[in-house]
Design a protein around this ligand. Structure first.
Ligand code: SF4
Ligand code: MG
Length: 334
């Protein structure tokens, strides 16, 4: 496919005061992340909370400024854009948030909320704006009688539909959806997911879909990048990743969900311990403190990406042939 978004060596570091003396420590929330999203694709970022997936999304849209890296959108590095140019690009790049209530202004009516993005285009008349609002309300499945009501009058699922309407009203090309159904009742999750899939077809959307929920990811995405402590540790086509996960962390994530079809992972890997603090990450492979297969080298070096073909890569020493360990046999190679 044709590349729409290319992220190169993206970093977001920030300082936080820690301990009794409020010593400044650097948190590497996003640490050298690279990936490519093709047009029309749904690309997932998955990982436990705090792994940096939301920060990656926010940094791409410059809702927070990155520390380093490049984000090419249709060939242009958007991190180089002026505030003004970025503002006009915003109509093409949109975000849907996890908590639709927190992201909707409670003092504004649905009409006002949906009117706001349309202000960017000064050439629309009031009638044209209203027409667009009514059309988008219809598309996301809300009656027009809702127009002059406030967000608190709606259920979580309806509020998320309003958040989605706001994101798509300018007909963007690219949408970052950050845990768009995690705050919703299970019964409405699939309705909202189906709406996102319908919109993708209708508007030719490309999604960056951020989630910790593997069943949602398996259902609706084409490609997955697995993040752990600010770094991507595995990337693959969704089907391939669920069939043959390579990284022990990915295998552990999959062991934790009910299995609906056979996978090639031979044994369950149980994740023990908490995610270490990103302010004080382990050396080498940052997963070594929780990995049942950790070797000496894992504590020393972050493993480079091993290529399994078809765009499937994993950063794990198990698959790197080492001259110092001639008897080492790679685990779970297929
Ligand atoms: Fe485990 Fe080592 Fe692979 Fe990290 S590099 S996942 S510690 S085996
Ligand atoms: Mg998050």
């Amino acid at each position: 496919g044709e590349v729409l978004l290319q992220v190169n060596n993206l970093k977001k570091y920030y300082e936080i005061p820690q301990g009794m003396f409020k010593k400044k420590v650097v948190v590497r929330a996003v640490d050298d992340v690279s990936f490519t999203i093709n047009k029309g694709e749904t690309f997932a970022l998955v990982g436990e909370s705090g792994c940096g997936k939301s920060t990656t999304g926010r940094t791409i849209l410059r809702l927070t400024e990155p520390t380093a890296g490049e984000v090419f959108y249709e060939g242009q590095n958007i991190l180089d854009l002026s505030y003004r140019d970025m503002r006009s690009l915003r109509s093409q790049l949109q975000m849907i948030f996890q908590d639709p209530y927190a992201s909707l202004n409670p003092k504004k009516t649905i009409r006002q909320i949906l009117m706001e993005p349309l202000r960017i285009h000064r050439n629309f008349t009031e009638e044209e704006r209203l027409e667009k609002i009514l059309r988008i309300l219809h598309i996301v499945g809300l009656p027009k009688s809702y127009l002059d009501r406030y967000p608190h009058e709606f259920s979580g699922g309806q509020r998320q539909r309003i958040g989605i309407a706001r994101a798509v009203i300018l007909q963007p090309d690219f949408i970052i959806a950050d845990e768009p159904v995690s705050a919703l009742d299970v019964s409405v999750q699939s309705q909202v997911i189906n709406l996102l899939l319908d919109l993708q077809k209708e508007f030719d959307l490309t999604y960056l879909f951020i989630s910790h929920d593997l069943s949602v990811i398996e259902h609706m995405t084409d490609k997955v990048a697995v993040m752990y402590l600010g770094k991507i540790v595995e990337v693959a086509d969704t089907e391939e990743l669920f069939k043959a996960p390579k990284h022990p962390y990915t295998q552990a994530l999959m062991s934790a969900v009910p299995v609906s079809h056979p996978r090639e992972v031979k044994e369950r890997i149980i994740l023990t311990g908490d995610v270490p603090s990103p302010a004080n990450p382990p050396s080498g492979c940052t997963f070594h403190t929780r990995c049942p297969f950790a070797m000496d080298i894992c504590k020393k070096e972050f493993p480079k990406a091993v290529d399994f073909g078809n765009g499937h890569t994993a950063n794990c020493h198990l698959y790197i042939k080492s001259e110092e360990e001639p008897n080492h046999v790679a685990y779970h190679t297929h």
